[in-house]
Ligand binder design. Structure first.
Ligand SMILES: [Zn+2]
Length: 354
């Protein structure tokens, strides 16, 4: 069976260049040059062994000549895996020119300060709203401790090191960075987080999507592509998230690289799944808002609906007896419920101020 998660391998473009119903995929060639592919794949997937599990969170290493760039850093605990990837290229940490973070959620950028300290020539590329948190992570620590609790926070993330301000470059929406044979284009993508961008790589015609194109663990892909949205606190916005999914597809990319986890080439199927679910999450925000429930009762209402969706997916995919898969998705289910409840509270707060 075709797997959508063969990471780090060069392969032919997908045969299906159309959306369902025959609608042509839009190729926005204005900013994305579709250069013919030359040589082996220059993007390498690194398994960060996040929460001590395989294939849950990735970082990516891009090789451009004898220079390197990372996309995502995971946590400080992932540093040995990232440094091993540099060594695997026969290069040293001095060769790292860029470290790019899609957003500052800690499974994406918690280790940015540690990796920057290890790579003396690197510049951190970040969204304008993410950069201040990389420079001063104190608010991140505070809000993550609220979500996870202090003890679990320490176990997951350890110490967050600040990044020196003079080593941080802010990337604006649609800004291009020409690097050797490739152009990296930064696209701001709200919905999962207000400070989130994705990066289009012209050389491989792929997009590093962070959390803006959902989550798709290889462990649950047995019956075909299955991506689901991440609606974790504190910025979830269903409409913006749908627009971001469309924006990614509209680049005409052949592939996306998910942080959770790996390469996906069946973009049309994945986008349909994500948009369908994001619409449901949008309706859930409305329903939960109308319930007038507060606090834990509100979270429980969201969790009940979200768990029903996940259970239906598990059953239809024959995963209901797969304890590993069930366990793996527990945190995502909980965070999604918390994120929806947070969106409801935010909406109510805004309404109360009108
Ligand atoms: Zn995130």
């Amino acid at each position: 069976m075709h797997s959508a998660f063969q990471c780090g391998l060069s392969r032919a473009r997908t045969a299906n260049n159309q959306y369902p119903h025959g609608r042509q995929r839009q190729l926005h060639i204005r900013s994305y040059s579709l250069e013919p592919k030359k040589g082996p794949m220059t993007v390498h997937t690194i398994d960060c062994q996040y929460i001590d599990e395989p294939k849950v969170a990735a970082a990516y290493l891009i090789r451009e000549g004898d220079e390197l760039a990372f996309v995502e850093t995971n946590t400080a605990q992932a540093l040995p895996h990232l440094l091993a990837a540099i060594k695997g290229q026969g290069l040293t940490a001095e060769a790292v020119r860029y470290i790019i973070i899609t957003h500052v959620h800690l499974d994406h950028a918690g280790g940015a300060g540690s990796l920057m300290a290890a790579c003396p020539n690197a510049t951190l590329l970040a969204h304008p709203k993410a950069a201040p948190h990389a420079i001063d992570p104190s608010k991140l620590i505070q809000s993550a401790e609220q979500v996870y609790g202090a003890e679990r926070f320490q176990a997951l993330y350890g110490t967050l090191m600040p990044v020196p301000a003079d080593r941080v470059r802010v990337m604006e929406d649609e800004e291009n960075l020409v690097w050797g044979t490739r152009t990296l284009t930064f696209l701001h993508t709200r919905g999962h987080a207000n400070h989130h961008f994705v990066i289009h790589d012209s050389r491989e015609n792929g997009v590093f999507t962070g959390d803006a194109f959902g989550v798709g663990y290889p462990a649950v892909q047995g019956s075909g592509t299955w991506l689901f949205p991440s609606t974790s606190p504190t910025d979830f916005d269903a409409k913006a998230a749908i627009a971001s999914v469309r924006r990614i597809v509209d680049t005409g990319a052949d592939r996306v690289w998910l942080t959770h986890f790996g390469e996906v080439t069946d973009l049309a199927t994945a986008a349909d799944q994500l948009i369908d679910h994001l619409r449901r999450y949008g309706v859930l925000v409305d329903t939960a808002d109308a319930s007038n429930l507060q606090g834990q009762a509100l979270v429980d209402l969201c969790a009940k609906t979200i768990n029903r969706w996940f259970d239906a997916e598990f059953t239809s995919r024959g995963l209901q007896d797969n304890l590993y898969a069930c366990e793996l998705l527990t945190l995502d289910r909980d965070l999604n419920a918390q994120g929806v409840a947070f969106a409801v509270q935010k909406r109510r707060y805004k309404r109360s101020r009108v």
